[in-house]
Design a protein around this ligand. Structure first.
Ligand SMILES: *Cc1c(COP(=O)(O)O)cnc(C)c1O
Ligand SMILES: [Zn+2]
Length: 447
């Protein structure tokens, strides 16, 4: 097993490889990102995706029930004895004509992949189940992360299940209450740092490096292996047909990176014939990827990314004291750790990047609520992004599009209530205050 999968540096000038039994959060040789890679010839991979449907028949077994591990042949880096599951990945792909109409797409073409149904209420569980399986394999006692909220909630839940200690680093005042309450409830040691996510990310890396804690941010390549399965379930929901577009919000860019890797591998294995296009959506107030990809034309170039341009970009953010700012707190990140892997995903998937302002995110979030499934603000960036890409003519009305709804509506109720309390919103639905009087109540009901 240990030789059929390995870790490899994504830097083409380095390409150092390491055993999967080791735990790093950067290449020890050059500091770049690591991938989990497979020697597919030595692994048993089914010859069609529909083969995975067989596992429904054995779903009384926890690993076959898991929406991540029933695809374990495609993320086969550890043995069953290390795999941990709490029933993640029981998500739905919903055809949603209300949203299709809202974004000007044809009926029957827009699907919502609802990751809010995961045990901790966001897609992060897909990654966490894989990272914790690796953490168990390497004998971890204490795990840590920096978080805008959902990573900490998910980490805390899995750490509890695995009997590990957990510490989460959160920017003071930067977290939605639904998420903070989960981390506290699940028993994580919660450190609120006076700073934002990018500050927390730096500090947690320092602590993990110096004190030997296991880091589960999406720098962790094993986490991204779990997140590949979101795409497998999308394909499954479409009867193993490949859609034209996948639209996903971009924060630390772990999801988009994982999706690109998933499709690249499926194509290489001959399990799909074509790769869908990928649209990554930034919030205008946290638009590093958009700026670099669309304005500065930065590309992956087979791995030869222009590191100097990235450094210069961040130096400019430092010099101007720039802080990202968006109500979509889950994507309020200006130094996305998976930037290079996301550029690779955009190359694999012939992708595009766009930015959407908070006002559009809020309306799109309300539209998702009105037409079927509740989501948190960051998730709605995908729908707002689709609307924009339709207006720009990048996406055609008859193309099949899947928007990833990354997190549950109840993660951030304050923003929802505030939206509906405002009078002039597209979907405002404010509560009506009435005296405790039957005639006034009936009148308020419009009867
Ligand atoms: C983490 C998160 C994101 C951002 O995903 P990345 O993989 O970091 O780009 C978006 N939406 C929600 C709800 C999240 O929790
Ligand atoms: Zn390296």
């Amino acid at each position: 097993m240990s030789n059929s999968s390995f870790q490899e540096c994504i830097n083409p000038d380095c390409r150092a490889s390491f055993d999967v039994g080791q735990s790093y959060f950067a290449c020890p040789k050059c500091g770049d990102l690591l991938d989990v890679r497979y020697d597919w010839d030595r692994l048993q991979v089914p010859d069609s995706l529909s083969w995975f449907g067989k596992r429904w028949a054995t779903r009384n077994q926890p690993l076959d029930f898991s929406g991540v591990w029933r695809f374990r042949d495609l993320l086969n880096f550890c043995g069953d004895e290390h795999r941990i599951t709490i029933g993640e990945g029981q998500t739905i792909l919903q055809l949603n004509d209300g949203i299709a109409d809202y974004v000007n797409c044809s009926a029957g073409r827009v699907f919502l992949e609802y990751e809010g149904l995961n045990p901790s209420g966001s897609f992060k569980d897909n990654g966490m189940t894989a990272a914790f399986s690796h953490a168990r394999m390497v004998g971890t006692e204490h795990v840590a992360c920096a978080s805008t909220g959902n990573t900490s909630a998910s980490l805390a839940l899995y750490a509890h299940t695995c009997g590990m200690k957990s510490s989460v680093f959160i920017g003071s005042g930067k977290i939605a209450y639904g998420k903070l309450s989960q981390a506290l409830d699940f028993g994580a040691r919660t450190i609120q740092i006076q700073g934002d996510f990018d500050d927390c990310m730096r500090r947690v890396q320092e602590v993990c490096r110096d004190k030997g804690l296991y880091l589960v941010n999406s720098l962790n390549p094993f986490r991204l292996e779990g997140q590949k399965t979101i795409m497998y379930r999308v394909l499954e929901g479409l009867g193993w047909q490949v859609p034209d577009w996948i639209v996903v919000p971009g924060g630390n860019l772990g999801n988009s990176s994982a999706f690109g890797k998933a499709f690249g591998e499926l194509k290489q294995l001959g399990l799909i014939e074509r790769i869908p296009r990928l649209a990554v959506i930034n919030a205008t107030g946290a638009n590093t990827l958009f700026d670099l990809y669309e304005n500065q034309n930065m590309r992956f170039n087979g791995g030869a990314v222009d590191d100097k341009a990235i450094d210069a970009y961040y130096a400019k953010l430092d010099a101007t004291g720039y802080r990202p700012h968006t109500i979509a707190s889950a994507i309020e990140i200006s130094r996305p750790v998976n930037l290079k892997k996301c550029l690779r995903a955009l190359e694999i998937c012939n992708g595009v990047v766009c930015e959407v302002p908070d006002e559009h995110i809020k309306d799109a979030k309300a539209a998702v609520g009105r037409f079927g499934l509740g989501c948190e603000p960051a998730s709605a960036a995908s729908v707002a992004g689709l609307k924009l890409l339709r207006e720009q003519g990048v996406i055609e009305p008859d193309e099949t599009v899947v928007c990833i709804l990354t997190g549950h509506q109840l993660k951030d109720p304050n923003i929802t209530v505030k939206y509906h309390s405002e009078e002039n919103r597209e979907f405002s639905n404010h509560p009506t205050e009435v005296p405790n009087d039957i005639d006034k109540i009936v009148a308020a009901l419009g009867l």
